[in-house]
Every structure is written in structure tokens, then in C-alpha cells.
Ligand binder design. Structure first.
Ligand code: ARG
Length: 469
């Protein structure tokens, strides 16, 4: 046995310990300590497997299990002394364990930190995806509640941020529901891809020892629906690739993008110019100078954080892009963006739900905005189409009526017959064309799948309730 070691776990071939600067650069325990529960879980399964294949005794396994439980309890109590010079969570835990039991020195048999950290992160990802799915489902529930509570409210829908056509506000909410619903599906698919056990890949080329990878995979819950173990198929891929990290960050940044668009809509709606909603005091702030201000900070911060989530994705893509196979120490930098994406995504999902749950619709302002008859100009063109006018001619004719109404400062449906006759040859004097300028009629005629008619909207809400039940 080497007498003097510069570093307890890998110091055998070194005669000097790393420079203080090197230690500062190389430590990851300041951020990977949060992997401790997964690291202990992985190590316990690994020890059980080592015993199963007779590389350690049952007594040693039990001592390792007991010691690891003790270490985790100390960590959870906040009393654990993390040491930067031990680099990471893995070596800190292993050394603390070895102080408790000499069997700790056998724990790293047939294992490398490369497959260890890959396993820790897959356990983390399964947990994290579950949390995000839960956060999404809570938000989806809040969006559906809001849609249902305001099921009568009609607002203008916008294209180019210009008034376009009337929609139920609930239909607008359901558009967001579809987006977050797809985010949810993305994480469900991600869960399946995360569910493969890399342990046994070693540093790069597995191990010469008679390990049982399937045993460990089963112990850690990396199994298919029939309970069959799922182990990764290539040891080099298993320690080198970070596509799960990238996929996770990407799915989070998509949620962030969706959150940001919702935030922008609601910020607009809460401005005096729109005035469609009043935001709750609890998710807004005041100005230190202007006493009248009530600012939509929660939504602005969500919009801002979406940039950060996309930044995390970029960090990972750029970091991995030029790396030769297999493990390179660059990869230690893979964790902060992932942890940040999880934390910020969960926070933003909750904040949007909280902000919307406290928001109140200003029915009067919505009704005023939607009373603009020009929102139904397309309905008039459709009316002409039903009378046999080719759509292009109908479009042109209604366009001329719009221009005339604008010029004469008369609402389009109140234009006198003589004026209508002058610009439009498609409308006969006995046509009851003014009937299209009725919001209820307009919505009732939009009851095809995916449209904003009241029956459709009700159906979609019910369908989503069922998905979430
Ligand atoms: N802390 C390291 C990381 O997160 C663990 C793997 C270290 N492997 C190595 N070959 N130095 O990447």
C-alpha cells in the first residue's frame, strides 16, 4: 500500500497535491452536492450487486449500506463537511463512508466516477421530469379553471397584434393549454429515454470483473413495463454523451418560450390600453417613484427567465459539440445549466399559475373591444360566399365597404343602402346582411373541431380535464 498519498482517491501516482487554483477550478461539490441522494442510492445498489456476484461479503455490503445511510443523514441534517479538495459529491461521500467502515474502500470496485455520475444524473432526470410534469399539470389545471370561470367572455383575437376575429377568452386559454400539454408529452417521452442504466460502463470500457449489470439496473428501477432491466448498450456512449442533458434543457427552454408568450399576452391585457384583466396585488409590484404604478413583474420575470433557459440549452450544446469521445472533464460543467433549468422552470410554472389564479377579467373592457363590427368583416364575406359570390369578389366588396365606413366615420353595419349600392354590387337591397354583425351568431357558426364556438370550447375543456384526471 502506498504510504503517503497527495489525494485520497486518485493520488497514488502523484507526489504533489493539486495547486490551490487547480482545486478551485476543479471542484464541483459546490453544485453537485445536490446529487447526494441519487449518489447514495446508486452506491447502495452497486454494493448490493458486488455482494450478489461475491466481490464483497454480505457483512461488507451491510456495513456499506449502513454507512451510506449515516452519511446521507448527516448531509440532510446540514452537518456534513463538504471538502473542495475532494472535488465532487462522489469522492466526498466515498471518503466519509470509508471513515465509518473499512468496507468503504471496496465500494468503487468495478466502477468509475464516469459511469457513477451518468447514473446519478439519470436518477436525477427521472425525478426532475416527474416534478416538471407535476408542475405542468398544476398549471394546466389553473388555466382550465380560468377558462371555465370566464366561459362567456369574448375578446378580439389578434394577428400582427391587430384586431382580427372574435374568440372566447377560454379559446385563447385553450391555445396555451395545447402548448403546455405538448410540453408535458415531451417530458413523458423524455422519462422513457432517461430510463436506461449506465452503471457498469466503467470509465470507458466496462470492467474485467464479473459484474451483473442487470441486477443493478433492476435495483435502481431502470426497468421496462414488464420489469425487465434496461442497461445501456455501449459503454463509450454511456459515459460520453450528454444528449439527455441537452434534451432536458431543450424541453425546459420550450416551456420557457411558451411561458414567455403567455406572459407577454397577459402583460398586454393588463395594460390600461387593453384593460382586459386586473392582476392580483400578490404578483405585482409598485414603483419607488410613481405612486400610481402597478407593474406586472411576475410576468416580466417569467419572460426574462425564458432567455436564461435558452441560454442553458446553448451552454450545453456548445460544450458538447467539439468533444472527442469519451469522457472529458469539460463535461463536469454539464450540471449547473441543468439544475438551473429545473429550478427556474418549476418556479416559473408555479408563478404563472399563481398570477393567473389571482387575475380578474374586466368584462366591460372586453365587451367594448369586441363590439368593433370590423371583427366580423370576414363573416360578411362568408355570407356573400353562401349567396354564390366567389370569395375573391366577396373579399374585395367587403373591403370597399370597410374603406367607405372608415371614410364616412360610420360603423360598417350602419352604412345606408344607397352608399352600400355604390361600392358593392353583390348585395341586393332585400339582403339582411347586417345579421352577420352579431357576436353570438359569429361564434355559434364556428363549432367545427378546433374552432372557438362555445360548444367546441366546452368540449375541449372536458377533454383536457379527462387527460389530467
Ligand atoms: N465530477 C465529475 C463530473 O461531474 C465526475 C466524473 C469525474 N471523472 C473523471 N474522469 N475525472 O464530471
Amino acid at each position: 500500500m502506498a504510504k503517503k498519498q497527495s489525494q485520497a482517491t486518485w493520488g497514488g501516482r502523484f507526489s504533489e497535491k493539486p495547486a490551490a487554483l487547480m482545486q478551485r477550478l476543479g471542484e464541483s461539490v459546490s453544485f453537485d452536492a445536490r446529487l447526494a441522494p441519487y449518489d447514495v442510492q446508486g452506491s447502495k445498489a452497486h454494493a448490493a450487486m458486488l455482494c450478489h456476484v461475491k466481490l464483497i461479503t454480505a457483512k461488507e455490503r451491510d456495513a456499506i449500506h449502513k454507512g451510506l445511510d449515516q452519511v446521507l443523514a448527516t448531509i440532510e441534517s446540514g452537518k456534513f463537511k463538504w471538502k473542495g479538495e475532494l472535488e465532487d459529491v462522489h469522492m466526498n461521500i466515498e471518503q466519509a463512508l470509508t471513515k465509518i467502515t473499512p468496507a468503504g474502500a471496496k465500494l468503487h470496485t468495478a466502477r468509475s466516477r464516469n459511469d457513477q455520475v451518468a447514473t446519478d444524473m439519470r436518477l436525477f432526470f427521472k425525478d426532475a421530469a416527474g416534478q416538471i410534469i407535476h408542475g405542468l399539470e398544476t398549471l394546466l389545471g389553473a388555466l382550465l379553471d380560468f377558462a371555465e370561470a370566464n366561459s362567456e367572455t369574448v375578446i378580439p383575437g389578434f394577428t400582427h397584434l391587430q384586431r382580427a376575429q372574435p374568440v372566447l377568452m377560454a379559446h385563447h386559454f385553450l391555445a396555451w393549454v395545447e402548448m403546455f400539454g405538448r410540453d408535458r408529452e415531451r417530458f413523458i417521452a423524455f422519462l422513457d429515454r432517461a430510463n436506461w442504466c449506465p452503471l457498469g460502463s466503467g470509465a470507458i470500457a466496462g470492467s474485467t470483473l464479473p459484474i451483473d449489470r442487470e441486477f443493478t439496473a433492476t435495483a435502481l428501477g431502470f426497468v421496462d413495463q414488464k420489469g425487465k432491466p434496461r442497461v445501456t448498450a455501449n459503454s463509450m456512449d454511456a459515459v460520453a454523451d450528454r444528449d439527455l442533458f441537452i434534451e432536458f434543457a431543450c424541453a425546459c427552454s420550450l416551456i420557457g418560450t411558451h411561458l414567455s408568450r403567455v406572459a407577454e399576452d397577459v402583460i398586454l391585457w393588463s395594460s390600461a390600453e387593453f384593460n382586459f384583466v386586473r392582476l392580483p396585488d400578490t404578483f405585482t409590484t409598485g414603483s419607488s417613484l410613481m405612486p400610481q404604478k402597478k407593474n406586472p413583474d411576475s410576468l416580466e420575470l417569467i419572460r426574462g427567465k425564458s432567455g436564461r433557459l435558452t441560454g442553458n440549452l446553448m451552454s450545453l450544446l456548445v460544450m458538447v459539440k467539439g468533444l472527442p469521445l469519451t469522457y472529458n472533464r469539460d463535461l463536469q460543467e454539464d450540471k449547473p445549466p441543468v439544475f438551473d433549468s429545473l429550478d427556474q422552470t418549476l418556479l416559473c410554472l408555479d408563478v404563472l399559475g399563481g398570477t393567473l389564479s389571482g387575475a380578474a377579467v374586466n368584462a366591460e373592457a372586453c365587451a367594448k373591444a369586441v363590439s368593433d363590427p370590423l371583427l366580423l368583416a370576414t363573416d360578411l364575406a362568408d355570407y356573400l360566399v353562401e349567396k354564390g359570390v366567389p370569395f375573391r369578389d366577396a373579399h374585395h366588396c367587403v373591403g370597399a365597404l370597410v374603406a367607405l365606413a372608415e371614410k364616412n366615420h360610420v360603423p360598417i353595419h350602419l352604412l345606408p343602402d344607397e352608399d352600400v349600392d355604390e361600392v358593392c354590387c353583390c348585395l341586393a337591397p332585400d339582403d339582411n346582411w347586417q345579421e352577420v354583425f352579431d357576436i353570438k351568431r359569429a361564434l355559434a357558426r364556428r363549432e367545427n373541431t378546433g374552432m372557438p364556438g362555445p360548444k367546441q370550447v366546452k368540449k375541449q375543456i372536458a377533454a383536457w380535464r379527462k387527460v389530467l384526471s
